[in-house]
Design a binder for this molecule. Structure first.
Ligand SMILES: *Cc1c(COP(=O)(O)O)cnc(C)c1O
Length: 388
């Protein structure tokens, strides 16, 4: 079968795919259908946190698929409970609700925030959510509303009401908006990923958390991209020394299978009760068995310090290239802006030379598997340096 031709004829055309059919891989090395080798600095957009086909992960999901692949949320099973318990131990959150994607995790967070406020203040006039300009929170109608970029607010009207947007790092603007008393929550990414790999300022984050705590406005941290070791800490919140009320996870948590998680602190853990929310696949045993392996490995202190070392290596190797204007990001979430070349041209040239990279806006974006080996890292960096 000519896969590319058949894809265009049969799959609804919403993705700008590269003209490569990937077939098999191990850690950060992947091969296409013609046997051409690539070093992968994209990890399927930050999903393959342990690279391709980590043997412990494969063993866990295979064993679980051979035992009980699904039983619905009408029954108890072990994998989702074990995963929630480990998340609680490692993050300090109180309780978790599992779903299947980042957008869904954010939907869940938004519902918790609105219900928290409604239950406590007995009014629907305190239901607005402030998010940041240039953010990205997902593709459902509500998470598009939460996304602070006008390009996402087209065609699908009417969008969910009740969202406003503030410039990142402008504390006065945020607090002026929040002082209206109509807001139940602020939603933010510690490092805006799709928006261009831009970390928030520490002072801004601290001030915003203080203001919100004083005014009983919840903070929802969208850690769908930054979470689970990506930044060299288990959660990016740790870099900022803050503790959000609600944290959402997805991408790297499953190690390659679809999962989303909405983590609630003590204040928000009991907001939902029977039938307030749910999803058929949420907490699927196979997916959770895999996520448990990913979380166990990634949350090790030595694994996380290696992530930081790998990030330093990349930044050091790229530091003396004249064409590079700026390198941004945190840990293995790296944005590179160039003086003359366009990100998408570099991406195409890298691909021809056997390196997979991503873009974010005009930048090159690197999200290598956290488990990438030193050898793969140096091979990939050598290609990237040559192309840039
Ligand atoms: C990818 C992403 C999402 C959406 O996740 P999906 O699994 O595609 O629904 C939401 N927020 C952030 C910060 C993301 O990077």
């Amino acid at each position: 079968m000519d896969i590319i031709k058949a894809d265009k004829e049969t799959i609804i055309n919403t993705y700008a795919r590269q003209p490569v059919v990937l077939k098999n891989g191990k850690n950060a090395t992947v091969f296409d259908e013609n046997g051409k080798k690539y070093i992968d600095f994209g990890s399927g957009i930050g999903v393959n946190s342990l690279g391709y086909c980590d043997s412990d992960w494969v063993e866990a999901i295979s064993a679980q698929a051979n035992t009980l692949q699904h039983c619905s949320n009408l029954y108890y099973s072990a994998p989702d409970v074990e995963l929630a318990a480990l998340l609680k131990e490692k993050t300090g959150c109180e309780k978790t609700l599992f779903c299947n994607s980042g957008a869904e995790a954010n939907e869940c967070a938004i519902k918790i925030a609105r219900k928290y406020s409604f239950d406590k203040y007995k009014t629907d006039k305190r239901s607005r959510i402030l998010s940041l300009k240039n953010s990205f929170h997902g593709r459902t109608i509500t998470t598009l509303s939460a996304t602070g970029q006008e390009v996402f607010h087209n065609y699908f009207f009417p969008f969910t009401e009740g969202f406003s947007y503030a410039d990142a790092n402008d504390i006065k603007q945020a607090t002026d908006i929040l002082l209206s008393g109509e807001y139940c929550a602020v939603m933010l990414e510690f490092v805006q990923g799709e928006g261009g790999v831009i970390p928030l300022d520490k002072e801004y984050v601290k001030s915003l958390f203080d203001f919100c705590a004083k005014n009983d406005i919840l903070i929802i941290a969208d850690e769908v991209q930054t979470g689970i070791g990506r930044t060299g800490k288990l959660l990016a919140a740790e870099h900022y020394g803050v503790f959000p009320n609600i944290t959402t996870l997805a991408k790297g948590l499953g190690g390659g299978l679809p999962i989303g998680a909405c983590l609630a602190d003590k204040k928000t853990a009991e907001v939902f009760s029977f039938s307030d929310h749910g999803t058929t696949y949420g907490g699927n045993p196979v997916v959770c068995a895999g996520a448990l392996v990913a979380l166990k490995k990634i949350s090790e202190e030595s694994f996380l310090s290696d992530v930081l070392k790998k990030a330093e290596y990349i930044k050091k190797e790229l530091s003396d290239i004249d064409e590079i204007k700026e390198i941004t990001g945190l840990g293995l979430m790296i944005g590179i802006s160039l003086k003359n070349k366009a990100g998408k041209d570099v991406l195409a040239d890298c691909l021809s030379s056997g390196l997979i990279v991503l873009t974010a806006k005009e930048k090159i974006r690197l999200l290598p598997p956290l488990s990438i080996s030193d050898d793969e890292l140096s091979q990939g960096v050598a290609i990237l340096k040559k192309i840039i």
